[in-house]
Design a protein around this ligand. Structure first.
Ligand code: 3HC
Length: 282
């Protein structure tokens, strides 16, 4: 329940950074793509809450854990989206990291979670592609200011994106059990390395530089060496003190409270329908 529900929370909170730009998308096409993506994330959250509920917990319990700060969501969503280029970089790096982390879960040991992942990963591929495409357009046809905007976004989102894979394997208290249970099939560091190796090449095609002077191909390891991750920043953000943690949680709590009347109306309607069916059956 811990991993699946926090995954679900991540999807729902993950709608906020990008939702912030739906009204400011530069073209109707980009607006439609972004709306579809944000809507997808909401759907991912619902699949995952449904998968978590199969383990005997309720939606109310899951949401209460999020709203009271007891449950976590991915640290990456606590960073602000300052320019339109952030939206492309989130698609490229954040959804790219999510795919790297989620594909192994398609074959995890808990079928409801694995099934949800199959559908989610298909949609994540669209998310990653649309982000990369929007950056490629700006880098190939954009003005110098637009290219600088893309590079600035890459500089801000690179390190938080590689933090998404979690703490180093030797500081990952859940990994041993999660691997024994078969819900974690590849370690945090292995997936992080795989993501870095793939993304460095994509950055070259895009024509952006990654903000890590220690990023260097290691012929012997057959992987890219990379610089020291700021784990203080990571744990600070995970523990609720990141740039946007308070705003993100307050937004989710407000949305939940503002939607109470919809839930009450739906439950009242369901009760009425049930009473009508019982009366007809009698
Ligand atoms: N953000 C917030 N908390 C994190 C974190 C992160 N990036 N990485 C680790 N943590 C937390 C863990 O939840 C754990 O805290 P807990 O015990 O209170 O739950 C603690 O740090 C120690 O980490 P562990 O490595 O021991 O924890 P896990 O074994 O659970 O590994 C994980 C962390 C790799 C994120 C794993 O939980 C996982 O694979 N989860 C499923 C995938 C997922 O949730 N991805 C989040 C992104 S979803 C997304 O990006 C949406 C997309 O559409 C953009």
């Amino acid at each position: 329940v811990r991993q699946i529900s926090q995954h679900a929370h991540s999807e729902i909170v993950g709608m906020l950074p990008e939702g912030n730009w739906v009204t400011r998308a530069p073209t109707l096409k980009r607006k439609a793509i972004l709306m579809a993506k944000v809507q997808d994330e909401g759907g991912h959250g619902l699949y995952l809450y449904a998968a978590a509920e199969t383990l005997g917990t309720s939606r109310d319990q899951l949401l209460d854990a999020l709203h009271t700060g007891k449950a976590k969501y991915s640290s990456i969503f606590n960073y602000p989206t300052l320019t339109w280029a952030d939206i492309g970089v989130i698609g490229w790096l954040v959804d790219g990291a999510a795919i790297m982390n989620q594909v192994p879960i398609c074959r995890c040991s808990y079928a409801p979670y694995a099934r949800a992942m199959v559908r989610i990963c298909r949609e994540e591929s669209f998310h990653q592609r649309q982000g990369y495409d929007s950056l490629l357009v700006m880098m190939q046809n954009g003005t110098d200011a637009q290219k600088a905007m893309v590079q600035d976004a890459v500089n801000r989102w690179w390190w938080p994106s590689i933090m998404m894979f979690g703490p180093p394997d030797d500081q990952s208290p859940n990994s041993a059990q999660s691997m024994r249970w078969g819900i974690k099939r590849v370690s945090n560091d292995t997936l992080r390395q795989k993501f870095i190796d793939a993304t460095v090449e994509q950055a070259k095609v895009l024509g952006v530089t990654l903000p890590d002077p220690d990023l260097k191909w290691n012929e012997e390891r057959q992987h890219y060496d990379y610089g020291q991750i700021d784990w203080d920043e990571f744990w600070n953000t995970v523990n609720g003190h990141g740039p946007m943690n308070k705003e993100r949680l307050a937004t989710r709590v407000k949305a939940h409270n503002d939607g109470a009347w919809v839930r009450e109306a739906a439950l009242a309607h369901a009760r009425k329908q049930q009473q009508r069916q019982q009366k007809e059956a009698a």
